[in-house]
Design a protein. Structure first.
Length: 267
């Protein structure tokens, strides 16, 4: 298995992006139009089964202080973590195939489209896939009674920045991956732990202190906090820290993705 080489002397670039980035987004959109039926199953069935099994199946056994029903606690968090999966999958498996197997990126940069525009278009498309997932999951959560306020609708536009953050982080890693098997490390050590340890299913205050410290540095933790606060109308001043953290990480991850894609594609 090929090891991942971490760049030395990292200096984040200034993006050179024009409207051509939207053309990259449109290219991915047009492909999706042809395969959307096969792509519909996973984004709908998995959150449905998760909410059914945990939100309904455990509702009589789990009680969270301040919440009448367990699904009211973890339902809004589903709007954070399932779009994370969608954005990450698109900018990892999907982008790697376009980068390494199909040669789509090489073909794109042989035109007036630049590496920065390819990178930006990929991230925007992955964020769009995650945004679609937000709508799917919101409908499922609402159907099971996990929505207690119309404020949850605000999460549809507000999810854009977290979606970009998740997509940019995934694409930055994909730019380093030398083989598709390298992506397994990313999902095993980064994505899956966040799903279970970002405060989605239980309060982290019930866990050892070191778990909460580690969780604080994960992107999903802050998105879950904000989404749950808005959906339940329990907005706190500390959410401003979460917002700042997400914006900062999204910006750094985007610049890092551009830097690493330049290294990967410009020979």
């Amino acid at each position: 298995m090929t090891a991942i080489a971490v760049p030395r002397g990292l200096r984040l670039p200034r993006p050179q992006v024009s409207f051509l980035a939207v053309r990259v987004w449109q290219r991915n959109r047009d492909v999706y139009y042809n395969i959307w039926r096969s792509e519909l199953i996973w984004p709908f069935v998995e959150p449905f089964l998760t909410i059914l099994a945990l939100g309904v199946g455990l509702s009589d056994f789990v009680q969270i202080e301040g919440f009448d029903e367990y699904i009211e606690y973890f339902g809004p968090a589903m709007l954070a973590v399932f779009p994370m999966w969608a954005a990450t999958a698109e900018c990892s498996w999907g982008s790697f195939v376009r980068l390494d197997t199909q040669g789509t990126f090489d073909a794109a940069i042989s035109t007036p489209v630049s590496v920065d525009e390819v990178t930006t278009g990929e991230i925007l498309w992955a964020a769009t896939r995650a945004w679609i997932s937000v709508i799917y999951v919101m409908a499922i959560v609402a159907a099971f009674g996990g929505v207690s306020s119309f404020w949850v609708l605000a999460l549809i536009p507000l999810s854009v920045v977290p979606n970009i953050m998740f997509a940019a982080i995934a694409l930055a890693y994909t730019a380093l991956a030398k083989s598709v098997s390298n992506l397994n490390y990313f999902f095993a050590t980064y994505v899956t732990p966040q799903f279970w340890l970002a405060g989605v299913f239980f309060p982290l205050s019930e866990m050892p202190g070191w778990v909460e410290v580690i969780a604080w540095f994960t992107p999903a933790y802050h998105v879950v906090r904000i989404f749950r606060g808005i959906a339940t109308e329990h907005i706190e001043a500390s959410h401003l820290i979460d917002v700042g953290w997400i914006v900062l990480v999204a910006g750094v991850a985007y610049l890092l993705a551009i830097y690493l894609m330049r290294r990967r594609l410009i020979r």
